[in-house]
Ligand binder design. Structure first.
Ligand code: NAD
Length: 296
């Protein structure tokens, strides 16, 4: 792996974090977004990430230097002209990603590897539009990359294994823990485990089998896990949980009562989870962290 120039396409929540994490580890990073207005926002996001990194790594000088490694462009050909790797973090909408890869295929140098940060789509959906399916895969980061430093690397059936290995080395070089997903899997590893787990917990609650605290307590005592499904739901955010359940309810009407409960008991009352101070628990001192929670 001999990457020097990395282009991050899309500079929203995740793109700006990926760009900062990459530049923080010494790479030249070109930030590409659709227009000048989006790039101004990108500069603002990167400036606030500078503070986050300075505090988190206790290294204000390194964080400050990072800002000097960015180039900004709203012209795709210009943005990728020297790229060894293009990391795509544009909106989770198939049509937008498809036309992005069609344009990128026309202007990127032959050496460039393309990686998608998509959470819910898989590389085979876009491989045909990239013009280089063997050099295309997923490189999936988690929100708050500096701390939650997983990097799931997942090719499609036509990805060259040596390309996956180079991206694994790159991920390590920017301080991530690379997790090689060897076969294409929607939801990668984490969400393939987490979504059914959270869904099972919510199902027990929605059908009146047990209340959230009893369900969490059972899981925590029996497995030694630090959180149960409802404590995790507060971190994920109840709006996200609701969106998932609502989509499931379209195919499976037995999920509708759960969607209604989440809406009426939580969302309609502004209780969306840890971020707003209340969800299934009240923050900053949720019940499940009380010394007696697992004893009572
Ligand atoms: P976002 O909406 O915050 O940012 C999207 C950015 O893409 C914006 O800056 C927008 O201006 C730009 N954009 C729109 N159209 C574009 C185009 N045609 N070309 C280039 N840029 C374009 O989105 P986000 O939350 O950062 O998500 C981006 C990707 O990262 C998605 O695929 C998402 O699944 C994935 N992801 C998000 C999270 C998360 O927690 N937000 C976590 C992991 C992965």
């Amino acid at each position: 792996m001999d990457f020097k120039n990395i282009t991050v396409a899309g500079s929203g929540v995740l793109g700006s974090q990926i760009a900062f994490q990459t530049a923080f580890h010494g790479y030249n990073v070109t930030v590409y977004d659709i227009n000048e207005e989006a790039l101004v926002k990108a500069e603002e996001r990167l400036a606030s990430l500078k503070e986050v990194y300075a505090n988190f790594f206790k290294d204000a000088e390194k964080a400050e230097k990072t800002l000097g490694r960015f180039t900004f462009s709203a012209n795709l050909a210009e943005a990728v002209k020297d790229a060894d790797l293009v990391i795509e973090a544009i909106p989770e909408i198939v049509a937008i990603k498809k036309s992005f890869y069609e344009e990128l295929a026309k202007v990127a140098p032959e050496k460039a590897i393309f990686a998608s940060n998509s959470s819910t789509m898989v590389p085979s959906q876009f491989a045909d539009y990239t013009g280089r399916p063997e050099k295309f895969l997923a490189l999936h980061f988690a929100n708050e990359v500096w701390e939650k430093n997983t990097a799931e690397i997942m090719g499609h059936a036509g990805t060259d294994e040596s390309i996956a290995q180079q991206v694994i080395e790159f991920a390590k070089s920017i301080g991530m823990i690379p997790l090689h997903v060897k076969k294409e899997q929607p939801g990668y590893i984490l969400n393939s485990l987490l979504v059914p787990f959270l869904s099972a917990g919510q199902g027990l609650w929605a059908t009146g089998v047990a209340d959230p605290e009893t369900i969490d307590k059972t899981w925590m005592i029996a497995t030694g896990a630090p959180m149960g499904p409802f404590a995790i739901l507060d971190v994920v955010g109840i709006q996200t949980a609701y969106n998932i359940v609502l989509a499931q309810a379209q195919a499976d009407p037995t999920k509708q009562p759960l969607a209604d409960m989440l809406k009426s008991q939580f969302l309609d009352q502004g209780k969306t989870g840890q971020g707003t101070g209340e969800g299934f628990y009240k923050y900053p001192n949720p019940r499940y962290l009380d010394a007696d929670f697992l004893k009572a």
